[in-house]
Ligand binder design. Structure first.
Ligand SMILES: C[S@@+](CC[C@H](N)C(=O)[O-])C[C@H]1O[C@@H](n2cnc3c(N)ncnc32)[C@H](O)[C@@H]1O
Length: 157
């Protein structure tokens, strides 16, 4: 904020129960945050609730395909399908945190049930010359062949 000479409130709260009034934001944005680590059945309704009419929900997270290719025994990404795609939902890690992921159709379903219109699903592919700071998640060559991350865009009509 100091760098850009702007000030705005920063609120620390759970995205499953936002401490904001209905229809108070034009944009809800999330980058590898609550949409990955909180329950979409709670976060999507909350995002839809706090958006004004015409407001935009944008979130970036790892892809369902990445989860489907995760080799749990080796605890690393594989170049083939491993997980049961239809069972993607909630993952409880030994370290004590949880992560959520849904099949693509279930994402569209939860967005539509909350009256959000899906405008785009951007499947990220590293351009030529790109490097990665996250090789332990997926090698660069994996991300060139399959989308490791998605950006969802949905709008409140
Ligand atoms: C991997 S960090 C990414 C943060 C940021 N986008 C960045 O690139 O630095 C994950 C973030 O999700 C937030 N988070 C996890 N569960 C949340 C929840 N239920 N409600 C709100 N935020 C949550 C964490 O507090 C953390 O800041």
């Amino acid at each position: 904020m100091a760098d850009k000479h702007v000030t705005f409130p920063i609120v620390n709260a759970s995205a499953e129960r936002l401490p904001f009034a209905d229809e108070s934001f034009d944009i809800v944005f999330c980058d590898h945050g609550a949409m990955s680590f909180a329950d979409p059945e709670k976060t999507v309704p909350e995002a839809a609730r706090v958006l004004r009419q015409g407001g935009l929900l944008v979130f970036n997270m790892v892809s369902p395909l990445l989860f489907a290719c995760w080799d749990e025994l080796k605890d690393e990404i594989a170049y083939s399908l491993h997980a049961n795609y239809f069972e993607l939902r909630r993952f409880d890690y030994q370290e004590g945190f949880v992560e959520y992921q849904l099949p693509y159709g279930a994402w569209i379903d939860v967005l539509r049930r909350n009256r959000m219109i899906v405008e785009d699903l951007i499947e990220l592919q590293p351009p030529d010359g790109a490097t990665t700071t996250y090789p332990e998640l997926v090698p660069l060559e994996w991300a060139r062949r399959w989308p490791a991350e998605n950006i969802w865009k949905a709008r409140k009509p």
